[in-house]
Design a protein around this ligand. Structure first.
Ligand code: ATP
Ligand code: ATP
Ligand code: MG
Ligand code: MG
Ligand code: MG
Ligand code: MG
Ligand code: MG
Length: 249
């Protein structure tokens, strides 16, 4: 079997191994989620259950794959950062993995009409600094989109047509949008949930856990690494100063 005359077709496969000494980012993005979110009646602009589902999938990814050191998600996309020395799947660029099967946990009363699809792309970055800039790029995008979408859906829900809402927001700056939210709807944008404004970060952190109780019923604590989820600013230096081990070279 191994050496049949047909074996040569294997040589037509191109080598897709990524260069060594590079951080790897895999970004997946839901295909046609505009339609998918409409078909499943997602709350606009942010369906919390749908975001929680994406986050649960990401947590489960970090729990399964130690080479993923950080993940950042917003809307229908998630970026996974793999450490520099990762030998995950021999650094092959083409891979697939499905975690979206957590659907029922988050939408117990809603049927999944069709399986979602995600496109994935892989990019190599030679330095941790560029990984930080990459993540900042995604978080800036999250902010811009969310501020716009928050205004847009407030206007639509208050009776404007989608076209009217679009016209009203055309050319507005960030501060104009904050102003609009506050003046017309009494919404302080800074009070919008952090998950919507900042997106979601998944990483490993040291947590102290009670593992058992000794003979005198005193708790025995142990520090262990656990996959955690949070909604932080990752553009400024604070988060990275507090978690230097994540992007340690
Ligand atoms: P493409 O296939 O090119 O990615 P798309 O329709 O998925 O197209 P995106 O630019 O990826 O478009 O945008 C994602 C869409 O899915 C947006 O319209 C967004 O409003 C919607 N969406 C994704 N997640 C949620 C959510 N949690 N709540 C509400 N809407 C969501
Ligand atoms: P949202 O998902 O909230 O609509 P978005 O439209 O800004 O956000 P996506 O469509 O999800 O973003 O894509 C993320 C980023 O990836 C975009 O800002 C764009 O620069 C880039 N991008 C999207 N599609 C492609 C593509 N087919 N090829 C290259 N880059 C792309
Ligand atoms: Mg897209
Ligand atoms: Mg999409
Ligand atoms: Mg888009
Ligand atoms: Mg998207
Ligand atoms: Mg964008």
């Amino acid at each position: 079997m191994a050496n049949s005359k047909f074996e040569y077709v294997k040589d037509f496969e191109t080598d897709d191994r990524l260069p060594r000494c590079n951080w790897i980012v895999v970004r997946i993005d839901g295909c046609h989620f505009h339609q998918f979110s409409a078909d499943h009646a997602f709350e606009k602009p942010n369906d919390e259950n749908a975001l929680n589902l994406m986050n649960a999938c990401a947590v489960s990814m970090l729990e399964q794959f130690p080479d993923i050191v950080f993940a950042y998600g917003v809307s229908d996309e998630y970026s996974f950062v793999l450490k520099e020395a990762s030998q995950f799947y021999q650094r092959r660029a083409r891979l697939s993995h499905n975690e979206y099967f957590h659907w029922k946990e988050f939408f117990p009363h809603k049927d999944l009409k069709r399986p979602p699809f995600f496109d994935g792309r892989v990019v190599c970055y030679p330095r941790a600094k560029i990984i930080r800039d990459y993540l900042s790029w995604r978080q800036v995008d999250c902010h811009i989109n969310n501020q716009y979408n928050t205004c847009f859906w407030m206007l639509v829900k208050s009776g404007k047509t989608e076209r009217e809402a679009q016209e009203m927001l055309k050319g507005t700056l960030s501060k104009d949008k904050n102003e609009l939210l506050f003046q017309q709807f009494g919404v302080n944008y800074d009070k919008v949930p952090a998950m919507f404004r900042k997106g979601s970060c998944v990483y490993r952190d040291k947590v102290e856990e009670i593992v058992k109780f000794d003979e005198s019923r005193n708790p025995v604590r142990r520090i262990r690494k656990k996959v955690v989820l949070g909604h932080f600013d990752i553009i400024g230096p604070n988060f990275w100063h507090e978690h230097p081990e994540i992007l340690e070279e």
